[in-house]
Each structure stands twice: as C-alpha cells, then as structure tokens.
Design a protein around this ligand. Structure first.
Ligand code: HEM
Length: 468
C-alpha cells in the first residue's frame, strides 16, 4: 500500500489562484514536476523565488554560504506575538550568541540525562491511552499531548498535568485556532507595505502563553540562585554563559527561547509520531517487527536505545515521507547564480524536504514506506544527499538528537503495549499546517497486546521486509 500523498496541482494557474491554493495548503498547491525537477523559479509581482532540489544547491545555501541566505526578516511575522526574538527568528550576531548558549544543552552527552524524563512521559502516554483502547482514536491529539509532556518534563522537570504547563498547552491551542496565518504560509513574506494584523484574541493568547512561561522562568531563576534547581534543560540554558561575551540570557530572552522550544519541539514530534503510527498500522509486517524488537527490554534503559535499530529506521522513514517541517525559506542578501540563472538580492529560496525526500531522481521507489532502505547502500547515499528533516548546516535543528531519542522511546513504549490498526474509511490526507498534519486527523484503533503473547524476536533480518 502506498502511503497517502497529497494530489499535485494540475497545469498552470493564475497568480491569484495559486495564492489561494497556497494559503489553503502549500503541498497540494505545487505541480507534480517538483518531484523531478532540480530547480523551479516562480516570479510574482512581489518577489521571485527559487525552489531548489539539487543536492549541490541545497548544500550551497545551507552549509557553504549560509551568511548569504539568512532567514528573511519578514519571515514568520505571524509567530512574533508568541516567539518574540527567539533563535528561530533571529539572524546575524544575535542568532550566533543565542546558539552559543543553547547548543551545549542539547549536545549528545546531555541526552542520557534527558532520557528518564522522556521515558516517564512515554509511560504516562501509555497509561492515558488505556482509557481509549478499543475505540477509534484521533492519534494526533494524543501524540501532541505526549510531546508537550516531554518538553515540560525535560525543560522544567514538571509533567503536563502541572497547572502552568497544562495552561500553556491549552492556550497554545487557542492561539492556533485564532491565528490562521500560523501555518506555513506565514513563512513566506508578505509585501513590506502590507500591514500585519493580529486579532485581539491572538495577541491575548500570545500574552497569556508568555506570561505563564515567564512565571516558570522566574521561579527557576530563584531556584538557581538558591542552589536548589534540578539539572534539566532550563537550568542548563539559564546558567550557560556565552563563551564570547560572558553573558547569560535575561528573563525575556529566556521566555523567547522557551516559547520556541515548546512550539518547535512539540508540534514537530507530535506530527512525526502520529504519521509513524499510521504507517505501522498499515504495514503490519513492520509493526510486528518493531513490537518484537522492543519486547526484549522490560524497562527501557538508555543503553537499550542503540539496539532498537528497526524502531529507529522506521522513525527515520516516517520522517522521510512526512517531514514535519515540509519547507523552509531563506532570502538572498547577496547575488548568486543557480544552474545558470541569476538569483538577485531579495529572492526567496525555498528548501523543500517534502520534495527532496520524495525526489524521483534521488530515491528508489520514493513514495513507498520501506524502512529497510536505511540499511542499504542506496539508502545511505540518498540519506547523505537528499535527507534533511532537521535542516542542515549551522541553522540545523538543535533538537535533532533529542527528537530522534524521544521518537524511539515513545514508539517503543506505545508498541510494546498496543497494536495499532487503521480505521476503515479514514485515510489521512496530508496538509501543511505549521507542520505536516492530516486534514481530518489521523484515526487509529489501539488494541492492547496480550503481555504474555508478545511476538518472539524475529529470526529473519529486518531487510526482508524492505526487499523488493
Ligand atoms: C521530529 C522533531 C523535529 C523536527 C522534524 C524538527 C525540524 C526542524 C527544522 C527543519 C528546523 C529548521 C527550520 C528553518 O530553518 O526554517 C528546526 C529548527 C529548530 N528546532 Fe527543530 N525539529 C524537531 C524537534 C525539535 C525539538 C524537540 C526542539 C527543542 C526542544 C527543537 C528546536 C528547534 C529550534 C530552537 C530551532 C531553530 C534553530 C535555528 O534557527 O537556529 N526542534 N527544527
């Protein structure tokens, strides 16, 4: 079964029609040729943009000349009431300083410290699912809840049930409902002359979220000063001094960063997990193989993670087919030439993990769910050339290592306890909101696994499932 793919736009359309399609859903607004092209140029009266799929060009923009292609100052304006001047929106010296302070908290060695909080969140998720087992469940809502729980437990050592954490989660949903530009379309610039209008309830929800986060940050500051703060992400970030200036974040800057950790960290992981569970529900052989792999460890330890190779490959493959951040935009601040065409200053450069990951010239059988490809030579080559769910270069997602562990831990705990099944008549339709979601949710039925009758470890190597 080929996993769901949005329909491509048919033929050429007027700019006006394109704008309307684009606003409704970026993915289905695009023509099918982007799955084969190395580059496409769009000209509009307001800006010129280039979507690039050629690995050398992607490398040039993200890794070799990132200074020539920063995030546009107009990009993500719809997010400003919530994110302030967070690392996601900043550029230049401010961004460099913010990354110098944030990055050490996410480095590989810290993942071991964050692991128990992730496992606790995964076990809490499994317990919550008990109430809905046997019924039809909209799984995105559950994975959202679980991913938000992971963020609060790892950042502030509090579960999502904590009053402030729960209120941030609730207010965030209000913000999402009230702010229609809080979708991917917000990542393309509006003309400079167009005023940005935020409805009052959006500003109110943005203020409420920031107020709740500020309370948590101020409480933590007091705990740090009293020497009683737990060793979690918030303490790490708030006590790290910029090695260049010697400064730490002030309270407002920390609020900006917590807001983006919450947003970038829970929306993305929730999307990835929901799609992974759907893919497993529709590929029973892989689901049983993962269940067998995770059955061996009764209480998951950090050391077990390196053995969960299949689970990791399944998660990687889901991130390939449904990259939570399907497109990213940069602005040329220096002239360049791409494939013989002049890229003028001011041009928008669109990087599309969505198209790159399904590119017909870069991946064998690009639309198929085949976790076995990650153990093949062709898969490894394509991974180096054409796989970037977390972006690449200096602006790569700082949470990439964290998210890969979180995904595996949550999948392991859920699949150890439940079998997931698709719901007849409810095939999800991918659309790009802030992340890749399904238009009408992702519906699954969860069936408790009989703990005494877990499948034995499979004797066959995992590749058999990917063999074609
Ligand atoms: C499956 C999960 C995740 C995916 C697919 C993902 C993907 C991405 C991508 C593609 C970007 C680059 C966006 C751009 O350049 O426009 C990014 C940036 C970012 N991500 Fe993630 N992310 C995930 C999880 C997380 C987590 C768990 C955190 C933190 C707890 C996080 C924090 C950030 C931050 C702070 C940035 C901005 C970095 C910068 O601009 O310098 N992400 N993420």
């Amino acid at each position: 079964m080929t996993p769901p793919k949005p329909p491509a736009r048919e033929g050429a359309v007027s700019l006006w029609r394109y704008a309307r399609l684009f606003r409704a859903d970026i993915l289905s607004a695009q023509p099918a040729r982007l799955y084969r092209a190395w580059m496409a140029e769009f000209r509009t009266p307001f800006f010129r943009s280039f979507l690039i799929n050629q690995p050398e060009l992607v490398k040039r923009v993200l890794k070799e000349r990132p200074g020539a292609f920063p995030k546009s100052a107009r990009v993500g304006e719809g997010l400003r009431p919530l994110l302030g001047n967070s690392v996601f929106l900043s550029n230049g010296a401010t961004w460099e300083r913010q990354r110098r302070i944030i990055d050490p908290a996410f480095e590989g060695g810290r993942l071991r410290v964050q692991f128990p909080a992730m496992r606790d969140a995964a076990q809490a998720c499994v317990a919550r699912l008990e109430a809905v087992a046997g019924t039809e469940v909209e799984i995105e809502a559950e994975t959202s809840h679980a991913a938000a729980d992971v963020i609060f437990r790892t950042l502030f050592s509090i579960p999502i049930e904590h009053a402030q954490a729960g209120a941030v989660f609730d207010q965030f949903r209000v913000y999402q409902r009230a702010q229609p530009v809080l979708n991917l379309a917000a990542l393309l610039p509006v003309p400079r002359w167009m005023p940005r209008y935020f409805p009052r309830r959006v500003r109110r929800a943005g203020r409420a979220i920031r107020g709740l986060i500020r309370t948590l940050v101020e409480e933590r500051l007091r705990a740090i000063e009293a020497g009683v703060a737990p060793d979690d992400l918030a303490t790490r970030i708030m006590t790290t001094r910029d090695p260049v200036s010697g400064e730490t974040f002030d309270v407002e800057e920390m609020v900006d960063q917590v807001a983006i950790f919450f947003l970038a960290g829970h929306e993305t992981s929730a999307s990835a997990l929901a799609w992974t569970l759907y893919l497993l529900a529709t590929h029973e052989d892989w689901q049983e193989a993962v269940a067998a792999e995770v059955a061996s460890a009764q209480e998951l330890s950090f050391a077990d993670l390196s053995r969960l190779v299949l689970t990791r490959d399944v998660f990687r493959e889901a991130l390939r087919l449904y990259p939570p951040v399907p497109m990213m935009v940069r602005e040329a601040v220096e002239r360049d030439v791409f494939r013989g065409r002049v890229v003028p200053v001011g041009a928008q450069i669109v990087l599309s993990p969505w198209h790159l990951h399904r590119h017909e010239r870069l991946w064998p059988d690009p639309d198929a769910f085949d976790p076995g490809r990650w153990q093949s030579e062709a898969g490894r080559l394509a991974q180096r050339e054409a796989y970037m769910p977390f972006s690449a270069g200096p602006r790569v997602c700082p949470g990439a290592g964290f998210a890969m562990i979180e995904g595996v831990v949550l999948l392991a705990e859920i699949l150890r306890r439940y079998r997931v099944e698709p719901v007849v008549g409810r095939v999800p339709e991918p659309v790009a909101h802030l992340t890749v979601r399904s238009r009408t949710g992702i519906w699954l039925r969860l069936v408790q696994r009989d703990q005494g009758a877990l499948p034995p470890r499979l004797a066959a190597p995992p590749e058999v499932f990917g063999a074609r």
